[in-house]
Ligand binder design. Sequence first.
Ligand code: ADP
Ligand code: MG
Length: 568
Amino acid sequence: MTHRERLRQQLLQLDDRGYKAYKDIQGTYDFGEFTLIIDYVQGDPFASPSQLRVRVPQSVAGFPAELYRSRSRSIALRDYLTRQFAAACREVSHKRGTGKSGAMGVCSMGQEVLERSSALVSDAEIEVRFVVGLPAQGRRILGRQAAQMLCEDVPQIVDRALKFDRLDGAEIARHVETVEDADWLRDRLEVLGLVAFVADGSILPRRSSVDDRPLSADAVPFESPPSLRVEFDCPNRGKISGMGIPAGITLIVGGGYHGKSTLLRAIELGVYNRIPGDGQEFVVAHPAAVKIRAEDGRHVAGVDISPFINNLPQGRSTTAFSTENASGSTSQAASIMEALEVGAQVLLVDEDTSATNFMIRDRRMQQLIAKDKEPITPFIDRVGQLFAEFGISTILVMGGSGDYFDVADTVIGMDEFRPRDLTEKAKAIAREYATGRTPEGSETFGKLPQRIPLPDSIDPSRGNRAVKWKARDVDEIAFGTAEIDLSAVEQLVDVAQLRAIAEAMVYAKHKYADGRRSLGEILDAVMADLENRGLDAIAPFPQGNLAMFRRFELAAALDRLRTLQVIT
Ligand code: ADP
Ligand code: MG
């Protein structure tokens, strides 16, 4: 009897038994063309679904090595296969039984192409990890339906999604070539002295704040101003032109509703690659570009915010500032210092989500409220020092204050969704109308902070259960008994990233946080393990629902863990 037949018989015999009896099917089955591995069987129809894998040898799958020979291509092909597998699950499987039972799927996918643990590709084989809600009626096993799902549907899905001959070769090529070109463009930025590139013809507006697909009708395609235009010769697509944003301090100005924030948002997401047809697949940003915003109410643990904030009422320290409930300005200062601590090279700031008193303090206010009564040194007095002393660039949306003309290197004006180079004009205005401001703050920015996290303060346990965490959409991780609010961490795009971050926090605590290593050193070590061994490095067992994140977002989650304690 073949393994497939044996599994079928076993499932038929389980019919109508109590749900726990499903545990017997855990194991590895040779289905001939591929191997089915049942790694984990859920204990209950309402619990998180069972985790399975298929392994298809390349002799059957037949993907040319060309499609995965570089890191970029391999990540893109894995993304493509995950999407195909998900689509085939939707077509082939349908709901059977109670609750979530009878459902089959992979992770949900947005517009980004992220490295994921859902699919792996090698010269030997393709592996895809997926979940199945083993079917039940109440708490009784539906054995016939389970046999149908695992022994009929799964082979059919493999057939549709994981065999090169059955797929659209041109579409796959476009997928891997697009991602490879975007990575190539991002790699070029630094040597050309750029921090971002927005290709001509890009579609920046999205359908809505909850629908990240491109706005289709009425979207004005991006068209670079000639003076900021750069041209590249990409490996696959050939010539491409667009706007290069130089290192330094860049202002995005313009009237309300003229597309300033939309441009910045595209740049924020330019740290990721996007699928072909997205409209932003050739908008790329420096990989260490970090969005900064005000986030009142957040937790802050021992951050040196003194470059921005000093002499708080009641003599509170700002060299190791801790609070359970930051204000707009202190939260924004803390987020900047935390980003710098872990290696941010470009800060992205939008006036819409900034604290006004953190951004500007004009001449009249300087006259009314003397410096010794104002703890804040506004960003305008530090932004130039950050570039001069550390080479850290800033892209800032600022429609409300011309004071920044003095410190800007480049001024881009958005006019009915079309960018103009207003640098010369803004500089002339700055010469003609002096702000009369007195520069505030010290001569230099000072040094960047380094904190040492205490491992005991990172505790994922909950009562007597060893490790317990859960990602809730892209906004929150429940970590042990704490809730980590990530709704203001705007460069997180996928719930699978939050799951991976939670795993990485536990991994970092056990493996590297020892009360001596700094946060930066811990992140270096964790990210190096991920680079070398992939997402499986941080997961206790093979699971398909993790996606890659950056060190900045891992740091952001740790920084927002309310129990976190540090040595400074
Ligand atoms: P601002 O920050 O300048 O006030 P936004 O970037 O918020 O403006 O854009 C205002 C509106 O215009 C948004 O609804 C956005 O989706 C839309 N929009 C932005 N860019 C474009 C474009 N290129 N074509 C069409 N609509 C756009
Ligand atoms: Mg705006």
